[in-house]
Structures are given as structure tokens and as C-alpha cells.
Design a binder for this molecule. Sequence first.
Ligand SMILES: Cc1ncc(COP(=O)(O)O)c(C=O)c1O
Length: 370
Amino acid sequence: MIEVFRPSMGQEEIDAVAEVLRSGWIGLGPKTAQFESEFSRYVGTDHAIGVNSATAALDLAMKLLHIGHGDEVIVPTMTFVSTAHAVAYNLAAPIFADCDAQTLNLDLEDVARKITPRTKAIIAVHYGGRPVDIEALRRIAGDIPVVEDAAHACGSSYRGRRCGSLGEIGVFSFQAVKNLAMGDGGCLTTDDPEWSARARKLRWLGIDKGTWDRTSLDRSYWWQYSVEEIGLKCHMNDIMASIGLVQLARLETMNARRRALAERYFAGLTDLDAIGLPVRDDDVFRSSWHIFHIKTQQRNELSMHLREHGINTGVHYTPIHTYRCYGNCPSLPTAERMADVILTLPLFPDMGDADADRIIDAIRSFFGRS
Ligand SMILES: Cc1ncc(COP(=O)(O)O)c(C=O)c1O
């Protein structure tokens, strides 16, 4: 069976974990600090704060922006539930915006319609790794802070700037199947030193010094710390970070492989009128190709056909405004229409050309084309 996603883990990751396990320090410590420093350099922000998931990073982002009861945050509906849950955790209202039919990113006209005096932030998801047109969003958003949910977009760039450095705050996921994977993990990126300092405390219960700092820094009364605000327990640890450091060093190579596989899909499927393909990269928009989705009116039948040929597929996503937990939301017609036709094809760095060709052949045979 060819899976939809698969992490690429090798001997280097295994050795890195073994080294940390033998080191005697497996919690929040020097490997996490090293990962944060290398990751912020990679993304192009002054600060990166390692946490245990993108969900936690989104929650921290809301807290940094002081979002609370009575506030509204515009979120895309074509995303994973974490994007809106983070708003709800903070007792604010997620206001769902429709998607663009081509990119599946935020429909910016719908965002403009949904801005009210209560809008305190906009969360922009780079769907599948395709960057949101951030300059166009910025024109609409004015002074409203933009949080990038870059869970899919590790390595994506817009006009040569990496996703995660385009908004006021960036959020990454290092969950098991993401482009940079640690099993679980996440990061918050920002240029703001005060937000960075506050996020560092909030990820560790509000405590103003990490255990590593208290242990390693040469100062008296090392056992003392202060807690000015109640935080979460969601920091990264050195086991995760040790995997992340290896994955970060391999990220460009892994993303290049994803790009090559995406090109193979484009070449093999372009002439099929019955399917729509994603928008290709150009000089402005460069995707990390986390998700390669196609669109077809025969989505369900095609997915069954592929399964019979040993190929798994996925649907990203059921529009999240339709889930009961968010109450009765108004209809978002494009996303609802897309939900019936989108299909995610397998794409991961260790996938072979022969696998891609097998998938292309199976799709072509479904549509009666050789
Ligand atoms: C767009 C998006 N945002 C947030 C998340 C949450 O990531 P995590 O599992 O690291 O909490 C995901 C996870 O798949 C996602 O796809």
C-alpha cells in the first residue's frame, strides 16, 4: 500500500536521539535552544520558541495578542480544526472565511467582508504549503495582526521570504507527517522580543526561568523563580529537538524531492480534462508541497479505485465550520463545493518515481486513458 504521507527518518535521526538519551538531559534544554536558534535563522525571524505542537503555538499566539471573550478572529474554514480551536480556547469567536477555488487558501474578498470592529486577528493558513498572497491580505487587514498558520508551509516562500516570517506571528507543526517531523512538536516565530520573552514563559507554566537555565547558569539562589502569569505546559523537549535538528539540515533536500514528485504528477496528469491540478509555483509563490491535491467530480469513485490498486488517498479538509462544535455557522459555498471534489494524492520524500508513475497510471486507467 502506498500511504498518503510518510515521515523520512534515517540513521542520523536515530543517532541523534541516542546521543540525547545518553546525555542525561532529555527535557527542555540545550538541544531545544540550538533548534530554536537554527530554525529562526532558517525562517528569517529574530525569535523561535519551541513548543509541543502547532495547536499549542496557535494558542500562545492568541494569548500574545490578548485575544479573549468578545473578540473575533477570522480563520479559514479549509483547514484542520486546531486553527479555530485555538481561538475558542481563548473564549473568542472564530469567524470562518471561505476559500479560493484554485488555491484553497483564504478567499480574501470574503475576509474583507468579515472584518468588524471586533476583529482582533486574522489567521492565514498556507494550504498545502502554497503561500497566501500576504501583500494582498495585508492591504485588506490594515493594522489587524496576521498570524500565519504555517503548519504545512515549512520551507515555503513568498517573494523570496520564508513563510513564518510574513505575519506578526508564525506557527509551525513538526507533527509526525509534516515536512519537518519530530513525532510531535511545533514552533512560534516572531521578530518581537517582548512576545518572544512572554511566549517562553507561557509555554512553561508562566515560570520565568527554564530548568536548564536554573541548572546551568552560574548564579546564586538558582532555585528561585517567579510566576507572574498562569501559563501552559507545552514546551519542546531535547528528544524532539534532536530529531528536529537533523530534519532541519535535511529539509531543503526533502522539499526538493517533494517538488520533483509534484512535477512528475503535473507532467503525468496535465492532459486529463476530468481533473483539476493545484496551482504551480512561480517566482512569487513557492510551495513546500506538503499536500498535492487534485479535484474531480468523481472523487469518491476514484479514491476507491486507487485503494483497490494499493494506493491510499486523503481529503483535506471537510470545511471545519460544518462541525457541530462550532454551532450553526452560515454556509460557505466554495469550501462546501470543494469538499466534495478534492483528493490528496500520496506525496512524501522517500516516495519513488516508480510509485508516482504507478499512481499516475492508476488515475489514467480510471479515466480510460493510457
Ligand atoms: C493547518 C494546520 N494547523 C494546525 C495543525 C496542528 O498541528 P499540530 O498537530 O502540531 O498541533 C495542523 C495539523 O495537521 C494543520 O494541518
